[in-house]
Ligand binder design. Structure first.
Ligand code: SF4
Ligand code: SF4
Ligand code: SF4
Ligand code: FES
Length: 468
């Protein structure tokens, strides 16, 4: 359906936009939202996105379709009064300890409260002191900060196909709980962190206990503390420090040395090893005609998903370790020998883009003689916190190179950080080997695709989001 609507006196064309919110945003008019996500179903729960429509009154713009000839006001006095009241009611039922909140600075509720000048609440605050759920290695849930927007419920169910979160009770007793009201660690959660990404406030956050463990190791004179960095955080850290989407690898290496790491390595080294291993495994399976198609095992979220929901596919999952775990194993089993130290005297830290890597590092199969191959995993945001706590001014750091050995790596390993990158690396390697190609083999159709089917080699790889 197409037509024209008037928003704040401006005549605007619409074509296939599903709601007034999308029409307004496409025209450069912002409307605040807390429970809306363009890729999820619309529930109209928070009412912050209200607009005034002639002859229809105040309506939620996310759940109202545009109709040709509509006249809409997004910032009338009535609209702003309703939005302020919505915010005040949410804040009255909220633990407003911004100074100790992980989301502070990136919180939509905090931002909108500032934008709408909420200085005092007209409604009495409800004292809340519900216990945190910090049972998960990857995610912490703080019910005192939940505004019941339901985005976590929808992303987990509609996009991830897992369905961990749901609403419990009704009315003022409503809360979000993991399935069967059990601790998150005991649920089917695959630790992907997507619910954290969509949560508009500090109710869901990454489990950051690893930061203290890293500091303890750095201050322990008996420990050799080694860091590996995945491809994806390199640009993300630049954004975190306000440098834009630039590759800050060399500064990152320099900063980690300043923080106190004894050695800093590039996970791309073992991404290359993964490519070689997975490619040879694939070629072996093609020769034997067994266990095809082959699925990558690099993503611990995907591996747990397959274990829980598709055990019939487990023979199709590669037997290779992920680059993170390969590096941990190389460091603890081989590099300790080179240095003449015991595995328990080395502390291996990974900087990874995904919360599932925290869970992967603590899987029992990645422990040798009671020692984990990877001891602590920091997300990009946590690595930035480490730098801030150490008082490092990131953009003033001199460039520095990775330690040797293991600093040699290819571009194929780097693209593990992009969606479809693992598949592209494997296809490049396999094609190069089958065609006996000299030099670089370019494959241009894999990145960003969800599923590729290549009948010639009976290869189907589910492309996972960029990680390592
Ligand atoms: S969730 Fe937002 S508003 Fe609430 S305490 Fe955290 S930063 Fe402040
Ligand atoms: S981390 Fe992923 S699987 Fe776990 S609850 Fe959140 S969205 Fe669902
Ligand atoms: S935990 Fe976050 S995403 Fe989930 S309902 Fe509460 S505020 Fe919304
Ligand atoms: S964003 Fe529209 S009701 Fe919440």
């Amino acid at each position: 359906m197409s037509g024209k609507i008037t928003i704040n006196g401006q005549l605007i064309d619409f074509t296939d936009e599903k709601n007034i919110l999308a029409v307004a945003r496409n025209a450069g008019i912002d409307i605040p939202t807390l429970c809306y996500h363009p890729e999820l179903s619309v529930v109209g729960a928070c009412r912050l996105c209200v607009v005034e429509i002639e002859r229809m009154g105040v309506q939620a713009s996310c759940s109202t379709a545009p109709i040709d000839g509509m006249v809409v006001f997004t910032n009338s006095g009535r609209v702003n009064r309703v939005r302020k009241m919505v915010l005040e009611l949410l804040l009255a039922n909220h633990d407003r300890e911004c100074t100790t909140c992980d989301a502070s600075g990136a919180c939509k509720l905090q931002k909108y409260a500032n934008d709408y000048g909420i200085k005092r609440l007209r409604f009495p605050s409800r004292s809340q002191c519900e216990a945190l759920d910090n049972s998960s290695l990857s995610i912490v849930r703080d019910p005192n900060k939940c505004i019941l927007c339901g985005l976590c419920v929808r992303i987990c169910k509609e996009k991830q196909g897992v369905g961990v979160w749901d609403f419990k009770n009704r009315g003022s007793r409503t809360e979000i709980v993991a399935a069967m009201d059990q601790p998150l660690a005991e649920s089917a959660c695959i630790n992907c962190g997507q619910c954290i990404a969509v949560c508009p406030c500090g109710a869901l956050s990454s489990n950051s206990t690893a930061i203290d463990e890293v500091w303890a190791a750095l201050r322990d004179p008996k420990k050799t503390v080694v860091c590996q960095i995945a491809p994806a955080p390199r640009a993300a850290l630049g954004e975190e420090f306000g440098l834009g989407s630039v590759d800050v690898t060399a500064k990152l290496v320099a900063g980690l040395r300043k923080v106190g790491f004894d050695k800093v390595f590039d996970t791309v080294f073992t991404a290359d090893m993964t490519t070689i291993e997975e490619s040879n495994e694939f070629l072996g399976r093609v020769t034997e005609g067994k266990n095809l198609p082959l699925f990558t095992s690099c993503c611990p979220g995907w591996v747990k998903y397959a274990e829980q929901f598709h055990p019939e596919l487990l023979n199709n999952v590669s037997t290779c370790r992920s680059p993170q775990q390969m590096f941990g194993s190389v460091l603890k089993k081989k590099y300790t020998q080179d240095l003449g130290i015991k595995a328990e005297d080395m502390f291996v830290v990974s900087i990874m883009p995904c919360t599932a890597k925290k869970y992967e590092a603590k899987r029992p199969e990645f422990m040798t003689d009671g020692v984990y191959d990877v001891d602590a995993v920091l997300t990009t945001v946590e690595a930035a916190r480490l730098f801030r706590e150490a008082g490092i001014i990131f953009d003033s750091l001199e460039d520095s190179a990775f330690d040797q050995p293991m600093e040699q790596a290819t571009g194929s390993g780097v693209i593990f950080g992009a969606t479809g990158g693992v598949m592209e690396s494997v296809i490049r390697y396999v094609a190069g080997k089958l065609l006996n190609a000299q030099g670089r083999v370019d494959v241009e159709f894999t990145r960003g695709m969800m599923i590729q089917r290549l009948p010639a080699y009976r290869l189907m790889i589910l492309t996972k989001p960029g990680c390592c």
